[in-house]
Design a protein around this ligand. Structure first.
Ligand code: DX5
Ligand code: ZN
Length: 222
């Protein structure tokens, strides 16, 4: 079990919402969430197409939350600049879609944007190896990318701990299937940023849902 040295943050994900629900949903959690997780799917890296640059631009127009844009897209390195201009604060790009993770990170650094690498559940932590020293942000998927409301994949937890051991002070995001029961498991494994979609926005009161997830890990905070 990890005693985290860094604050635990909750990043609600919008994936389970219909486009017309986004604005009210984001406004409702503005004062409770730590960050906002926006899943961009291009229909190639994953079958579905979801939000896009326009979505980010529109939400940026009124939200002051930090935007974590999760690019589930091919050639993500070519999209970094556009999402930064649209309002992304942090970008996650998938190692599975990159020829050279290190070059992509260098490119993001040149643009002055924090960029993390994302790993699908079946991708070993080893894939980060050469890029690891340049990384201070990693997203570990605990569901198959592409859909909300999937079951948390417990078998991914050892990989979370493996990455935490290698990067004690990095921001380590767990994304997929997070709820008040799985959140403590993710934090004990080493996560400090929790992405929760359906556990927040499928509930009648998203603010209460975020607070319930936060309570479930409060005893694990430093
Ligand atoms: C899945 C997305 C996740 C998803 C999480 O491809 O990357 O961010 O929206 O949704 P839940 O919390 O419902 O698993
Ligand atoms: Zn995501």
């Amino acid at each position: 079990m990890w005693v985290l040295m860094i604050k635990i943050q909750i990043a609600p994900s919008l994936l389970s919402l219909e486009p017309w629900m986004l604005e009210d949903a984001v406004r409702s959690i503005e004062g409770t969430a730590d960050r906002l997780h926006i899943d961009i799917m291009d229909g190639s890296f994953v079958p579905k197409k979801t939000f896009n640059l326009e979505t980010v631009r529109h939400l940026r127009g009124f939200s002051s939350l930090p935007f974590d844009v999760h690019l589930m897209a091919v050639n993500p390195e070519d999209r970094i600049e556009a999402y930064v201009e649209a309002g992304a604060d942090i970008l996650f790009i998938h190692v599975e879609a990159l020829k050279s993770p290190e070059e992509a990170l260098d490119r993001a650094r040149e643009l002055g944007v924090r960029c993390g690498l994302a790993l699908n559940p079946e991708t070993p932590a080893l894939r980060l190896e050469r890029a690891l020293r340049k990384l201070d942000l990693v997203l570990v998927m605990t569901v198959k990318p592409g859909l909300p409301r999937q079951k948390f994949m417990l078998e991914v937890l050892p990989k979370v701990s493996e990455i935490r051991r290698a990067k004690p002070y990095a921001d380590l995001v767990v994304d997929g299937g997070i709820n008040p029961s799985t959140a403590p498991l993710a934090v004990k494994a080493g996560a400090n940023i929790l992405v929760a979609g359906s556990a927040v926005f499928d509930k009648p009161d998203p603010v209460k849902a975020i607070e319930e997830i936060r309570r479930s890990v409060s005893s694990l905070e430093p």
